[in-house]
Design a protein around this ligand. Structure first.
Ligand SMILES: [Zn+2]
Length: 251
């Protein structure tokens, strides 16, 4: 069964690659079919098998020989390994579904935000919809759950929006982009309103750790702005996993 989940992860990883390449370039994720970014020729299905095709083609386009980015197989493997690990711990369950969705979006958002410093609305909006309509363990019925999730997300977004405006007025520097505010709206529809402190705190911790590590490796000096989206997603996944395990800490 975990093998099936792994294969499913490879397919979703392949779709994440499509989103990462197409959304920032304003190309529809469904049409046209996959094509080589260099020669624009459509890619045959047998050259489009996750990871395997990359290895068989030795990382080059069959037609024009242009190098295919190593990012493609890495993204596919990341989603496959992520899904498998989540399945290993949670089996077929609501939690598996929730965390897998968050993980998939984390990969797609990271792939785009790190390179382009944007989080496409398509991703924020669909993630919000998932968060609102996914069945959750609310005692008083599904519809109530839908309203609570939507309310939690929108309230979190409103608070963060006001904070972002407030700080940019005071420090005359953008502390948090509107893409991040929208992402928090979407994430809080999963994790609830009371999670926003943790989302901000944990993502700042994760971001600082990676930021300092990168600085040490690259020997950079001064302040460099980092993409915040990946750390917000990571914080939400962390919160989903640990908030019921350590309830007194996260309450
Ligand atoms: Zn080509």
């Amino acid at each position: 069964m975990i093998f099936v989940v792994f294969l499913l992860g490879l397919m979703f990883g392949s779709f994440a690659n499509v989103l990462i390449y197409r959304l920032p370039n304003n190309i529809s994720p469904v049409f046209p079919r996959s094509f080589c970014p260099n020669c624009r020729q459509p890619i045959k299905w047998f050259d489009n098998i996750p990871v395997l095709s990359f290895l068989l083609l030795k990382g080059k386009c069959r037609r024009c020989g242009a190098l295919i980015s190593i990012r493609y197989p890495l993204v596919e493997l990341a989603v496959a390994i992520g899904f498998s690990a989540i399945f290993y711990f949670y089996g077929v369950s609501e939690k598996f579904l929730t965390i897998s969705i968050l993980f998939f979006y984390a990969v797609a958002i990271s792939g785009i935000d790190i390179e382009y410093r944007i989080i496409p609305d398509e991703l924020n909006i669909t993630l919000f919809i998932f968060g609102v309509f996914l069945p959750k363990s609310f005692q008083n019925g599904y519809l109530r759950g839908v309203f609570l999730s939507a309310g939690a997300g929108l309230a979190a977004g409103a608070v963060l929006f006001l904070l972002a405006v407030f700080f940019s007025k005071i420090f005359r520097q953008e502390a948090m982009g509107m893409g991040d505010v929208k992402l928090i709206t979407a994430l809080a529809s999963f994790t609830g309103f009371s999670s926003i402190f943790w989302l901000i705190f944990l993502s700042s911790v994760f971001g600082s750790i990676v930021g300092i590590a990168v600085k040490l490796i690259k020997r950079q000096k001064g302040f460099t702005q980092i993409a915040f989206g990946p750390y917000l997603c990571l914080a939400a996944i962390f919160y989903e996993i640990f908030s019921n395990k350590l309830p007194h800490l996260f309450s």
